[in-house]
Ligand binder design. Structure first.
Ligand code: CP3
Length: 346
């Protein structure tokens, strides 16, 4: 595995080696802001069909690499393929986001399988093999999963809802029942990530998009503990596994998160205080982030100033340039080009 680390700046950073020019990739870099993505998306018919068709999923994974020469490719898939492989019905409706058959209480957990059906996920491992065969040798290949808390919020509500109230209510009313759901997701996510590594990804990211709605106590139980279990389980099978954690909105709770989870690096959203992040987080682990996706959408001198602010704050240590959350679908392509040029010439 070490041989594959040579010459990939993203992996160098994950090994805690600062790069003179920070490597760059964007969360949701394969997506609707690209006309070539929209064409393949139309061809696939449904979003899940795109995720489960290796030739098309590999193509959209590679599109942003060809266009922008990013330093990392992220597997094209979605965090909700895990509930799908656990037997929950998942659909994506155009313009409305995901729809799942809601699991509102412990009694409905009986509808889920105990283990993921690896047969359903097999096309994703095939996508990984295809992408790996075509990726330039200096480009890192990232797999991912959703963190149990964030995936559970969709499983319980059946859709995205403000404040993630259904999952939080479930956890308050029946913590032991909710723990059962989290435990299923810990096992499912660990085995999914292990299979991604075996299929050829170089590193993985655990997306915890809704970590920021939890109180510090809930954060410890529903974000830190499950993530720590996943990291430990993955490393038992793949000792050299590199893992980036992204507990969005965690703020000061990033300190106990990095202490207890064992991740190699953390993604930073744009709300975080940068001095705090540099002194309390980057002094210990590589960081990734944290450009506001809205600054990228705005473009012009506002974008230049925002890029400079990020680079000035973090480029003195191990750092991967990225957004603080996914790229917005209406982002102009020229703004992405301008951002990359500025990062690479600073
Ligand atoms: O980053 C990448 O380019 C890789 C692909 C990727 C997607 N989703 C593709 C996608 C990744 C890493 C994700 C992660 C994901 N999915 C998260 C965590 C990160 C985040 O953005 O918060 C979450 C919460 C989801 C669940 C999800 N998937 C939602 C809420 C939606 C609907 C909202 C939206 O953006 O449309 C999706 C759909 C989705 N996932 C699309 C893409 C490209 C758009 C679907 C389409 O093309 O019609």
């Amino acid at each position: 595995m070490n041989g594959s680390l040579v010459g990939k700046p993203v992996l160098e950073v994950l090994e805690r080696r600062r790069q003179t020019v920070p490597p760059v990739w964007l969360m949701r870099q394969a997506g609707r802001y690209l006309p070539e993505y929209r064409a393949i998306r139309d061809q696939a018919g449904s979003f899940l069909k795109l995720c489960f068709t290796p030739s098309l999923a590999a193509e959209v994974t590679l599109q942003p690499i060809r266009r922008f020469r990013f330093d990392a490719a992220i597997l094209f898939s979605d965090i909700l393929v895990v509930p799908h492989a656990l037997g929950q019905r998942v659909a994506f409706e155009a313009g409305e986001g995901p729809k799942l058959e809601a699991i509102e209480d412990a009694a409905s957990l009986g509808r889920l399988n105990d283990e993921v059906d690896q047969g359903q996920l097999a096309p994703i491992y095939e996508t990984i093999a295809r992408v790996k065969a075509e990726l330039p040798s200096n480009v890192a290949f990232l797999g991912f999963c959703g963190a149990p808390w964030t995936v559970a919020t969709y499983m319980v509500a059946g859709r995205g809802v403000e404040g993630q109230m259904p999952a939080r209510l479930f956890a308050y009313r029946d913590p032991d029942g909710f723990q059962k759901l989290i435990d299923i997701l810990v096992r499912a996510s660990a085995s999914y990530l292990i299979r991604q590594f075996k299929a050829g990804v170089d590193a993985v990211q655990i997306f915890d998009t809704w970590a920021g709605v939890l109180s510090p106590e809930e954060f410890r139980r529903w974000t830190i503990e499950p993530t720590a279990k996943i990291v430990a389980a993955v490393r038992r099978e793949v000792p050299s596994a590199k893992i980036i954690g992204f507990p969005r909105g965690a703020g000061a709770s990033l300190v106990p998160y990095i202490d207890a989870t064992g991740v190699d690096a953390v993604g930073l959203d744009w709300m975080i205080d940068r001095t705090f992040a540099r002194e309390m987080i980057q002094s210990r682990l590589p960081v990734q982030g944290n450009l506001d996706p809205l600054a990228l959408l705005a473009g012009g001198s506002a974008l230049d100033r925002a890029v400079d602010g990020v680079v000035e704050s973090f480029s003195t240590g191990p750092f991967i340039f990225n957004l603080g959350h996914g790229i917005l679908p209406t982002t102009p392509i020229e703004h992405v080009e301008r951002m990359i040029a500025r990062v690479r010439t600073t």
